[in-house]
Design a protein around this ligand. Sequence first.
Ligand code: PMP
Length: 449
Amino acid sequence: MMKSRDAVAILLQQELERFQETHPRSYALFQKARESLLDGVPMNWMVKWAGGFPVFVEEGHGAHFRDVDGHTYIDFCLGDTGSMTGHAPAALVDAVSKRLSQGTTFMLPTADAIWVGEELQRRFGLRYWQMALTATDANRFAIRLARQITGRSKILVFNWCYHGTVDETFITLTPEGPRPRRGNLGPPVDPAVTTKVVEFNDVEALRAALEPGDVACVLAEPVMTNIGIVHPAPGFHAALRAITRETGTLLIIDETHTLCAGPGGYTGEAHLEPDFLTVGKAIAGGIPGAVYGFSQSVGERIREHSSLADADTGGIGGTLAGNALSLAAMRVTLEQVLTSDAYRHTRELAERFLSGVQTVIHDYRLPWNVTRLGSRVEYWFRPDPARNGQEAAEHVDPLLDRYMHLYALNRGILMTPFHNMALMAPTTTAGDVDRHTEVFSAAVASLMN
Ligand code: PMP
């Protein structure tokens, strides 16, 4: 049987003390950082690390990194997917260093852009491509274009989705109806004005929401990954595509995290046919860069509905988007790092990770489950995989979550914060995965009476 909550809270306190004692330099840097950085971090999410202050990084190579206190870690977080390539792959270092020495940004294209456009066509099947700097921006631009060409104002998202800092998406379903998501800072308008929200895998609710014909686009991850991994039910994608087509609604598939499913993301694996597709984070190997693609017919409609004369003030694009450095990084990432061979390796490792965790869950008869999507694995504190965002959200357990993360961190393993998620890099090894299983098993043992 599992220990009481109070006993787990005591265990967490012991881990916090251990973390503080063993990370004096990170702590000192954190204190110094508080003098100039709000809450001692350069980006607000970094306050949420399990130890109470973040580990300050010295350097990372492959699937490992070292902190300023000299500890090394197996990195299953990989910059929350931004470093899915592993840290500093040699080919990326070479290509990016060369481009750095030749100029990084001109607001003019380089030939790398064509190579990347053609490779994206091949991987994802969409005709036209444009570049942005972040997945957030790629989503924002796709939404704007969808609104422009459909003449409709609303978008639709799935409950508990995450698509970056896109204003329209911070909405959740409550028993009283759609409400701004908790923590939504300074919303420009109530998101209910701009957005409809339904549960993932709920075909009837989707149909009812799209039938009035006022929704420009559905923005969806093909498999939800930001509230645990929630897989589509059999037939869901076919229904989503059919209903969006019937109602003249465009379909934006956000592959930013699901790029872990295969070289062409989940779209490539499942032969989806979105109107738009967005990817950021790992697409440029950790150098800022993102892409959005669209079909031939969407491309034609964009040309009909937009004026090149106003291209620089149309609300999409940006000075640094499509810059030479991002494009050089995307090219080498696609050509030499996130290759089919790399996926073969990372998917096998993810399977090994899953079966290690599954064995522990089984041995201790825990009411937890573990799921995999390509090279990504996630365990969740409920007995069976959630079928939608709400089911998953109801089983978020901040105390257990923090304890499991910190227990792992104190033993040299970094998991993705805000999730119990692990991502494999091409340089992750079976030994790394087995070490996780060992530590996970010990963490679970410590929770038992
Ligand atoms: N789409 C998805 C599916 C994401 O998970 C994220 C970030 N977690 C984003 C978009 C936004 O990425 P970024 O913060 O790099 O803009």
